[in-house]
Design a protein around this ligand. Structure first.
Ligand SMILES: N[C@@H](CCC(=O)N[C@@H](CS)C(=O)NCC(=O)O)C(=O)O
Length: 199
C-alpha cells in the first residue's frame, strides 16, 4: 500500500487523488491527513519542505512534489498516461502553467490568511493575481482537450476548482470559455466531483 499525505482542500493533493482515481490506482493508496503548520507532523517528517502532497511508497521511500508523484504513477501503468510520450512536452508545459497558477493562488491565500492584516501587502497580491490573469487569458486561447485526462488537464481542473473555493479571481465571469472547458472535463471525469472538498 502507498500512503498519500494531504488534506481534502489542497489543490495539489486533489490533482494526485484525481489522477489515481482516473487511472485505477486508488485501491493501492491510503490517504492520511497531513498538516504543514505543525512541528513534528507526519508531513514534515516525510517531506522536509513540509508541503502537501507527499507519497510514501511500500518500501518507505518518500516521493514529492505532486508532479513527481504523477510521473511515478505513469511507471505503474502499462504506458505513460499522465505524461504521454507523444505529447510529453506540451503536457509538461500545461502542467507547469496550471501548477504555477495554483502556487500563485496559494500564495495569495497565505498572504491574506496567514499574515497579520497589517502586514498584508496588496502589491504582492496584485503581482500574484496578474499571473492568474495572464494564465487564464492564455488558456482561453489554447486550452488542452477537456475529454483527455493527463497531468495538464487534471491540473487545470484543480486550479479552477481552487479558484472557485478561494474566489481570488472571478474566473467564471471573466473567462467564460473556461467554464465550458471545466463542464466538459467534469462530465467526462466523475473524479473531479468525487475529489471535491467540503468547505
Ligand atoms: N510544488 C508543490 C506545491 C505544493 C504546495 O504548495 N502545497 C501547499 C498546500 S496546497 C502546502 O503544503 N503549503 C504549505 C507550505 O508551503 O508550507 C507540489 O506540486 O506538490
Amino acid at each position: 500500500m502507498m500512503i498519500l499525505i494531504s488534506t481534502p482542500t489542497s489543490p495539489f493533493g486533489r490533482k494526485v487523488k484525481m489522477a489515481a482515481r482516473i487511472f485505477g490506482l486508488m485501491d493501492r493508496i491510503k490517504v492520511e491527513k497531513g498538516d504543514p503548520w505543525t512541528e513534528g507532523d507526519i508531513l514534515r517528517q516525510t517531506n522536509p519542505l513540509g508541503k502537501m502532497p507527499a507519497l510514501v511508497l511500500p518500501n518507505g521511500k518518500a516521493v514529492y512534489d505532486s508532479g513527481v508523484i504523477l510521473d511515478y504513477f505513469d511507471t505503474l501503468l502499462d504506458e505513460p498516461k499522465l505524461f504521454p510520450k507523444a505529447r510529453r512536452l506540451d503536457v509538461q508545459v500545461m502542467h507547469a502553467l496550471a501548477g504555477g497558477m495554483m502556487d500563485a493562488g496559494v500564495l495569495i491565500a497565505y498572504e491574506r490568511l496567514r499574515r497579520p492584516t497589517e502586514f498584508c501587502y496588496e502589491p504582492w497580491i496584485d503581482h500574484q493575481l496578474s499571473k492568474l490573469q495572464r494564465g487564464l487569458a492564455s488558456l482561453v486561447r489554447e486550452a488542452p482537450d477537456p475529454r483527455v485526462a493527463d497531468a495538464g488537464s487534471i491540473s487545470l481542473a484543480c486550479a479552477l476548482g481552487y479558484f472557485d473555493w478561494r474566489k481570488q479571481i472571478d474566473w467564471r465571469k471573466e473567462y467564460p470559455a473556461l467554464v465550458d472547458w471545466l463542464e466538459h472535463f467534469r462530465a467526462t471525469y466523475p473524479a473531479f466531483d468525487e475529489t471535491k472538498a467540503e468547505h
